[in-house]
Ligand binder design. Sequence first.
Ligand SMILES: [Mn+2]
Length: 197
Amino acid sequence: MERTATVKRYTNETKIDLDFSIDGEGKTTLETGVPFLSHMLDLFAKHGQFDLKVDAKGDVEVDGHHTTEDIGICIGQALRDALGDKKGIKRYGNAFVPMDEALAQVVIDLSNRPHLEMRAEFPAQQVGTFDVELVHEFLWKLALEARMNLHVIVHYGKNTHHMIEAVFKALGRALDEATTIDAGKRRSFNERDVVRD
Ligand SMILES: [Mn+2]
């Protein structure tokens, strides 16, 4: 069964069409209107070996907030849809990614219990025209809609662009691990396991 999902979400603030494939090749087509977010989503998909197509038309003349938030919602929904009953997946993922002087770690449990825990002190509030606080907004909405436990730690770094880049690469890699079908099935997972946790 193909683990793919299509999400369409139209509001007064954004119109988003999104295709997502868990078992992809890192292929992306990204029209977000928020260039730094497109850069980060491209890295996320490449490192996670997902295919991701995003066509978003948002109120970027206001700022990137609604578009970034709503793309987080749509990727979260797509991930949850594509995972289906989650049968046989590893469920947990952990990845460290360095980017020059910065080191980020992302730890995931596809648990059905949404939670974001974030430890990151970014030195800058803007990267180009992108508001750095939107990184938290994106990750929280992603965790909420995918119903995953998401821990994001930036251990250190000096350049905010590098630090955020390391986060999105680690997010892709941790999610790739967590969504992998466990061949041995020793740690297989289903909805009932979660309820009993
Ligand atoms: Mn970069």
